[in-house]
Design a protein around this ligand. Structure first.
Ligand code: 0X9
Ligand code: ZN
Length: 428
């Protein structure tokens, strides 16, 4: 069994203590504290070491944050609860596996990573509450989308494609030149599939702003239409702000009452239930009861299917690791046009000047994981389909401080020139 499959199937029931009560959601829910939790990074260079590490992880039920492979090594990043730190240290030392502590106290990093978590007040100068100096609540993001639709009707259409499990609207923004009636090839971008990856909706909204509000970018709308869904999993996103900063999944009720949510990126209908997925509702990679069991993946896939002939490029924004991942991700298998996909991705990431990105097959450079949105998009005929794992490379991981939002966004945006230029050449 591939290592990461085992690692990912380790149950992720949080062992952190619930501490502060919050009434925000009108339910008796307690916010999770990560006081004393650490992130450890472990590099193993042989199969023997890998096996030992896997045994230790399983024995102590440690949560894997990320695993990346290079030619010579596998780097595993672990979320380590205070109560297992001492024993883990002993076990790793006994096994002669070295480790480094990347984050010493998660609670401190969470507290310092973002300004106050509440909805911001309206900025009377701009007419909305969005900026890219902090991670915003959903109300700010949705407020901004509504503001754009009413302020720029000639190039913005706000499409409500359905509702989340907790009845929040699911929004797609179409950015286009309304005066032209020809059907153009289109780019799809989504963010926020995984709740805790806050840099993803931040970048998606930044891209929306650049395309709609910055006149210098108008050329990007000449030959291409844009469909951007900044928050595919709004329930999870809000939950990660209000109760558990490390929440990943949706918030649907499962057969196991104390464990909620499905991993949306294991719930898409291509090779659903394969490697790197779990049948355990408490797992962070729980695949759900069937493909598209979640209203969020169901509505999104239906919308994309309806536009499949015009959408030529599918881009899904995640974090972390700084990598452009290319299908297939369900296993180390390469589509017949992989070289085209690789070439375009390489040329896109060559635009980045601040951050270096790896490019490669998702299963090969990360791990096999079935039911991903990228694989599904590729399977319905969208030629160029990518998962972008944004910054960082592990110093903060999912907890990337808000001061990084603008640098990440500014670095990323020029890559869209490359994608748009390619899509513009494609026949609808
Ligand atoms: O595991 C995932 O869903 C993605 N990584 S993340 O850390 N953002 O959770 C990678 C998905 C790559 N694509 C597929 N395996 N299909
Ligand atoms: Zn993700």
């Amino acid at each position: 069994m591939p290592t990461l499959l085992v690692l990912l199937m380790v149950s992720s029931v949080f062992t952190a203590d619930p501490s502060a009560a919050t009434e925000e959601f009108g339910i008796d829910e307690k916010a999770v504290s990560y006081s004393g939790f650490q992130v450890w990074s472990i590099t193993v260079r042989s199969n023997g070491e890998h096996k030992l590490l896997r045994q230790i992880i399983e024995q102590y039920d440690v949560e894997v944050w990320k695993e990346q492979k290079t030619d010579k090594a596998a780097i595993t990043e672990l979320l380590v609860a205070p109560q297992v730190q001492r024993v883990l240290k002993v076990k790793l030392t006994e096994a002669d596996i070295s480790y480094g502590i990347k984050i010493n106290d998660l609670h401190t990093v969470i507290e310092n990573g973002n300004a106050k978590h509440n909805t911001s007040s309206l900025n009377t100068k701009t007419g909305h509450s969005m900026d890219w100096t902090k991670y915003h609540r959903l109300a700010d993001i949705y407020g901004y989308l509504n503001y754009l639709a009413s302020t720029y009707p000639s190039r913005v259409e706000l499409i409500n494609i359905g509702t989340s499990y907790e009845k929040r609207p699911l929004y797609v923004v179409r950015i286009f030149n309304r005066s032209s009636s020809v059907v153009k090839p289109a780019v799809w971008i989504d963010g926020g599939i995984h709740a805790r990856e806050w840099i993803s909706p931040a970048l998606a909204t930044y891209i929306i702003r650049q395309l709609v509000e910055v006149p210098a970018n108008e050329a990007l709308l000449c030959n291409v239409d844009w469909f951007i869904m900044p928050v595919m999993n709004p329930d999870g996103y809000e939950y990660s702000h209000a109760f558990n900063r490390l929440w990943r999944k949706t918030r649907s009720v499962t057969s196991w009452t104390s464990c909620r949510g499905v991993d949306p990126n294991r719930n898409f209908g291509y090779k659903w239930g394969g490697l790197g997925t779990s049948t355990n509702p408490c797992s962070d990679v729980y695949k759900g009861t069937r493909a598209f069991s979640e209203p969020e993946t169901f509505a999104t896939s239906n919308f994309i299917k309806g536009k499949a002939s015009s959408i030529k490029l599918y881009l899904t924004l995640h974090s972390y690791g700084q990598a452009a991942l290319i299908p297939w991700g369900y296993n180390v298998v390469y589509p017949s046009d992989y070289s085209d996909m690789l070439e375009l991705a390489k040329s896109a990431v060559s635009k980045f000047t601040k951050y270096r990105y790896r490019v490669g097959n998702a299963a090969a450079i990360y791990y096999p994981a079935a039911g991903g949105s990228d694989d599904w998009a590729k399977s319905i005929g969208i030629k160029y389909s990518y998962t972008f794992e944004l910054s960082d490379t592990g110093a903060y991981g999912f907890l990337l401080p808000a001061s990084n939002i603008l640098p990440v966004c500014q670095d990323f945006f020029p890559a869209l020139d490359v994608f748009a230029a390619k899509v513009a050449t494609m026949k609808v």
